[in-house]
Structures are given as C-alpha cells and as structure tokens.
Design a protein around this ligand. Sequence first.
Ligand code: HEM
Ligand SMILES: CC(C)=CCC/C(C)=C/CC/C(C)=C/COP(=O)(O)OP(=O)(O)O
Length: 317
Amino acid sequence: MTVIDNHDVLGSEEGLRLSEANARDFFELLKPRVMSLVVFTAFAGLILAPGEINPILGAISILCIAVGAGASGALNMWYDADIDAVMSRTAKRPIPDGRVQPREALAFGLTLSVFSVAILGLAVNWFAAGLLAFTIFFYAVIYTMWLKRSTPQNIVIGGASGAFPPMIGWACVTGGVSIDSIILFLIIFLWTPAHFWALALFKMRDYGSVGVPMMPNVAGEASTKNQIVLYTILTIAVAVAPTATGLAGIGYGIFAAVLGAIFLYCSVAVWRMPDGDEKMVPAKKMFAYSIVYLFAIFSALLADHWIGGVSKLLGAA
Ligand code: HEM
Ligand SMILES: CC(C)=CCC/C(C)=C/CC/C(C)=C/COP(=O)(O)OP(=O)(O)O
C-alpha cells in the first residue's frame, strides 16, 4: 500500500487549527524512552573524556543534548505522521492520534532544536553545538526525510545519528574529537543494525504495509539474519577496543566480552530461527537484549572509569 503524503500541513485548514494538546502529549513527541538511552551514552562520553568540566556546565550540556535529541524525535514524528498513522506500533502517537496538530509538532521540534544548539554553543562550546546541530539534521533530514523511505541501508547510514551523542558529550569537555570518542561512536553505530533489524523482523508486515524498505522486506529474512550476526560480531569487537586504547581497564574488557558472548548467542538464535516463524521469539529476545547490552556496556565503561579514579586516589594517599 502506498501512503498519502500529508506533508503540506502548514497550508491546510487542519494545520492552522490549534489542538488542545497538553504537556504530556508534547513530552511524548520527544520519544523519551528511546532518548533516555541516547542521553545516557552522551553522559558517559562527557564523564569519560579527559579533562574537567564545571558540574553546572556539565549539567547544561546533558540538558541541551537531551532537548536536542527530543527535538529531533519530534521532527521525525512530524514528518512520519502519515506512515505512523498506518502502523499498529505507532498509530497511537500524538499526531496520528489527533492530540497534537502537525504544525504544532513542527514548531515545537524546530524551536527546541534552535534553543538546544544555541544554549550549548553559548554556554559550553561551539564545536559541541555544531555536532549537536549536525546530529539533529542527520536524524530529521538525512535519515527521516531521505534514507528511511528510499533504501534498505537506511538505518546503517542513518544510525550514525544515534551514535553521535557520546561524541557530543566528549566534545563538551575537550572541544574536539579523539580515537576514544570515535570508538564510542562506533560501538553504537555497529550496534544499531542488530538492534533495529531484530525489531524489523517481527514488525516486518508493519513496515511492508507502508512501503518503507526495511531490510527484511527488501533482502528477505535469511539475508537480514546473516547481516545481524555480522554486525553483532563487529559490535563485540569494537566494544572491547577501549581496553586496547587504555580508555578502560582489563576488568571492563572481560565484562564486555561476556556481554558480547550473550549478544552473539542471541544473534545465532535469530539466525537459526526458521524463515516465516510466526512468533519470532528469538528476534524479540535479541531486540530486548540489544538495549540491555548497550546500557550495560556504557555502564561498565563508567564503572571502570570511577573505580580506576578511586584506586588512583587510594594509591596516592
Ligand atoms: C537509526 C537508528 C535506530 C532505529 C531505526 C531505532 C529504532 C527503534 C524502534 C523502532 C524502536 C521501537 C520503540 C518504539 O516504538 O518507540 C526502538 C526502541 C528502542 N531504541 Fe532504538 N533505534 C535506533 C537507534 C537507537 C539508539 C542509538 C538508541 C540508544 C542509544 C536506541 C535505544 C532504544 C531504546 C532504549 C528502545 C526501547 C524503547 C521502549 O522501551 O519503548 N535506539 N528503536
Ligand atoms: C542528540 C541527538 C539529536 C540524538 C538523536 C538520536 C537518535 C537519532 C536516535 C535514533 C533513535 C530512534 C528513535 C530511531 C527510530 O527510528 P524511526 O524514526 O524510523 O522509528 P519509528 O518507526 O519508531 O518512528
């Protein structure tokens, strides 16, 4: 089925009428559950970066990244309202549900984007602000408006937007980029296909119904499963790299390897699942574990950093 393009909302009569949306409806536009993990990885980048940041500026940095991430979610929901209305998973979102008017969501997303970037630039540094602006643009325009509906590589390339936040956190402290911040980027970048295609496998019909070319619909289940295993292996390899560069210690490396072994086990279970499986239990488990995995990897990096700091203090005493 082809969906009707309803992006000409600004000029329409419907678009000019203001709804009675409440704060909760606008909060929902920020995709708070997904963005909470995004913001956590940004926080990790900020803490792991070498050097010091004034705690108030640190808090402002995280707030700006959180607001910018939420703003990009609102712009994504504005643009995707036509397909969200058709898919069962997304039909109850504020715009398709009629609780927020498209033009309100657009104005909300644009305003928050400008404020988050400007405040980060004025209060912290313009390099980090530029990266935040680029990330919002990448998710809202490059991924949402261009790649999502045009190529099955949409989330491989578009996934970069979800991988930038730890680099932004890092840049808030150092004003630049380093090998270690690129490794943090790569962990999320390589993790995204396994995270998303696991979900796409059991939501394949949803995406098919709106003509979005997600990998399982285009390349088929078998090819998607092969690629999930491949990206899982790449993620596991890059997730132990912080031990090699000295960003984290050997304890972290062992923990990351164990988490990775479970991730690989989940991906092999998906790979062994018969094509056309009705229940898709291994894919559902893989999707759920992907979130636990990323949260645990970044938590372990933080724990390693703090434990290392305490040991140094005790050694000096
Ligand atoms: C282009 C990249 C990505 C795509 C296409 C994607 C897609 C999705 C989708 C479709 C869901 C289902 C949840 C819903 O319906 O709201 C989801 C859930 C989730 N994603 Fe991703 N994701 C991506 C990147 C990320 C990144 C970078 C993170 C965090 C660092 C993340 C964290 C999460 C979390 C925490 C959930 C669970 C939310 C819940 O419990 O409702 N995702 N993702
Ligand atoms: C700092 C900053 C700007 C961060 C942005 C982080 C970011 C791009 C996260 C992407 C996560 C996400 C919700 C993807 C959903 O894809 P989708 O829109 O295709 O999913 P849907 O079908 O659920 O709408």
